[in-house]
Design a protein around this ligand. Sequence first.
Ligand code: AMP
Length: 195
Amino acid sequence: MSFNVVFFGPPAAGKGTQAKIIESKYGLKQLSTGDILRAEVAAQTDLGKQAKDIMDAGKLVSDDIVIGIIENAMAQASDAKGFIFDGFPRTQAQAKALDDMLAKTGQKIDIVLELKVADDAFLDRIKKRAEEEGRSDDTVDAMATRIAAYRSYSAEVLPYYQAQRDIVPVDGMQAVDDVTTQIEQALGKVQNLAA
Ligand code: AMP
């Protein structure tokens, strides 16, 4: 029995933090295309070299690349109870490819969460993360592009999921623990995941 979560939310909304908490509590594997791409850049692989400039500019890496990344990552973690897709899908083509990949093994997306954060909270969070993690795309300019990119890709992908199911909103302005509680309640409504 597997359980798959798509976790939507703007950059620096706390998605990664929450996904990691849910991952360790429920044995789901977090798959963040952003994290995997950053590791490729750090390791200076061909893929990383191809992706670096695009990422630094806050633009989207091609569908083929990220779909391939997810396919590999899912195959490598085939013993996971399910996946939390974080930062993926970002286009309808990616969303469709994900449904198709899961369908091959009789799986599906079980819940779509949308973490919501007020517009003016972004810049403060991004500045804080830039200080803490030193990511090369955490600059004010790249952030503006990434927020705009989030708006446009969520306007493309959320309707794809809305046509299939209700998207569950999560208030990302609350304290970390309270956000986790909201997510656990949402997951519990869909399926009783044994911790
Ligand atoms: P993130 O950590 O999710 O904000 O991703 C960082 C950067 O990686 C993005 O700004 C994109 O350049 C790239 N990226 C991550 N995931 C995807 C995706 N699903 N499709 C296209 N580009 C992506």
